[in-house]
Design a protein around this ligand. Structure first.
Ligand code: ATP
Ligand code: MG
Ligand code: MG
Ligand code: MG
Length: 355
């Protein structure tokens, strides 16, 4: 019998559209002999709907979604609730694959629902997802563990509003321009800017606060962007690092999804000892953040000195067939559809271990 896998995509997130592209690619590459795929879209408003069209036709126009279908938190059921013509029926499922990027999906919220339901799910758990999504907590934990990273400052909206001059002065004394300003909970570079002077800084802070009530100021690192794909629960596999050459001044939303000209270089061309350092750090960081299933661990490597700095962990990384995570795994000998098999079996293994 086939495993019934519910794939979640869309979501109440600034990365809603990207999630649909990732999920489509995953569903197209799932072995139809092994899996019965149940595609569930979450609208921008947060409505859960069953997708009844062909996977090839899935896009962000939201046609062929009409039947309400959501995960029941009732752990005696381990099922989806489907509501059609005001009648509710349960659909048993074996695994959930949340392909949701950003808030309300990559941040532990959906994982919390899935913990309640006792249905195995792909990827990191509640705490790990939440900490990795929150760049302020992630950086504080990394600091505690002696992970190398650039200088950063966390600023809350209410405090900034009350003492703007104090914060601008403090930032200018602690950092030198350029600095990066980012919402604590960000993804796909939404709300992130590089500030070169005070005028930029004020605008960047204003922009970041549009997305979150907590933001980070970071020293800009003149660096190459290096990413590692990590896979596993207790036993962890770390891929060779890959490099991104952004098409813009930094790896912005436009550089990620609009230009189509940012380059992925696999493997990254770096001295052997730097590669080893990055892989070692990626494995350590994965453990520190208690990740399981998968995560993409991202670094900066100083262009002049090759010094390695931790940037962030993405617990549900971009997953189109040309995205870095699956590309790195493919380079390591795990092709896309086998990667999906592996992630699903890791999800089942993790759920069994808790018993
Ligand atoms: P993702 O889409 O990978 O989840 P994100 O939205 O979580 O990204 P970051 O990775 O923190 O955001 O930052 C986005 C990009 O901004 C980086 O890839 C890099 O190009 C640039 N950047 C961010 N912080 C810094 C920094 N401190 N120094 C130099 N560049 C930076
Ligand atoms: Mg991120
Ligand atoms: Mg991300
Ligand atoms: Mg990033």
């Amino acid at each position: 019998t086939k495993l019934k896998v519910a794939v979640l995509f869309g979501g109440v997130s600034t990365e809603h559209e990207i999630s649909i592209v990732s999920a489509k690619s995953i569903m197209q590459n799932m072995d139809k002999e092994k899996y019965e795929v149940i595609p569930i879209g979450i609208t921008k408003e947060g409505k859960w709907l069953l997708y009844t069209g062909k996977i090839e036709d899935l896009d962000s126009k939201w046609t062929q979604f009409s039947i309400e279908c959501f995960v029941s938190p009732d752990r005696t059921k381990k099922a989806l609730v489907k509501i059609k013509d005001s009648e509710a029926t349960f659909i048993d499922i074996d695994v959930v694959f949340p392909v949701l990027h950003g808030m309300n999906g990559e941040d532990g919220t959906v994982q919390g629902l899935l913990e309640l339901s006792d249905i195995p799910y792909v990827g990191c758990g509640v705490l790990s997802s939440a900490i990795c999504m929150d760049k302020a907590f992630a950086k504080k934990l990394a600091l505690l563990e002696g992970i190398p990273q650039g200088h950063f400052l966390v600023v809350y909206k209410n405090e900034y509003s009350a003492k703007k001059d104090y914060f601008i002065k403090r930032i200018e004394s602690e950092f030198s321009y350029p600095v990066f300003v980012k919402p604590a909970n960000s993804g796909s570079s939404v709300g992130i800017s590089k500030a070169k002077d005070r005028e930029d800084l004020v605008l960047a802070i204003h922009e970041a606060f549009l997305y979150d009530t907590k933001i980070l100021i970071e020293q800009a690192i003149n660096a190459r962007e290096i990413e590692c794909a990590v896979l596993g629960n207790d036993e962890v596999f770390v891929s060779e690092p890959g490099e991104i050459i952004p098409s813009r001044e930094f790896y912005s939303y436009e550089a990620k999804y609009i230009d189509n000209s940012s380059e992925l270089i696999i493997p990254a061309r770096l001295p052997k000892e730097v590669i080893e350092e990055i892989k070692d750090l990626a494995g350590r960081i994965y453990k520190i953040f208690e990740c399981c299933g998968m995560a993409r661990v991202d670094f900066f490597v100083d262009k002049d000195t090759n010094k390695v700095y931790f940037n962030e962990v993405n617990t549900i990384p971009g997953f189109t067939s040309i995205s870095m995570y699956p590309k790195l795994m493919e380079f390591s000998g795990i092709p896309y559809s086998q990667l999906i098999d592996k992630l699903i079996s890791l999800a089942i293994e993790k759920n069994r271990q808790k018993k």
